[in-house]
Design a protein around this ligand. Sequence first.
Ligand code: RB5
Length: 143
Amino acid sequence: MRVIIGSDHAGFQAKQQLTQHLQDQGHEVEDLGTHTEESCDYPLIAKAVAQKAVAEHAFGILICGTGIGMCMAANKVTGARAALPYSTETATLAREHNNATILCLGARTMTDKQREQYTDFFLRTPFSGDERHAKRVAQVDAI
Ligand code: RB5
């Protein structure tokens, strides 16, 4: 899979760790920053990753302290569907039911193992394509 990843300063170390995990599995990862632990503003990273992921039909991954700010900002981008999971089940359902293509993760609220697991379930799960879900996703996109 092609994955575009980004984080703020709070998510920097987690981004480095998850990038290595993804590359070990053979995924192609493009890192849009941040590249240091110096304080920065998460909305700018969320915008860059979400716009590129939508334009290139790629997956996006965004990490901040909680994942909340990244999720709020990414979902402002037209065509973006970003989800913040709290279990492997919700990571899976975000793909199956919601056709989310951007995964938001918390650096301060999840362990390395949880972030890896949520990411693995998210990337391996296709959208179900069921008519009822497709209709609702289209309604979300139209808002
Ligand atoms: C930064 O301290 C923190 O507010 C940010 O990483 C994120 O958690 C916001 O949602």
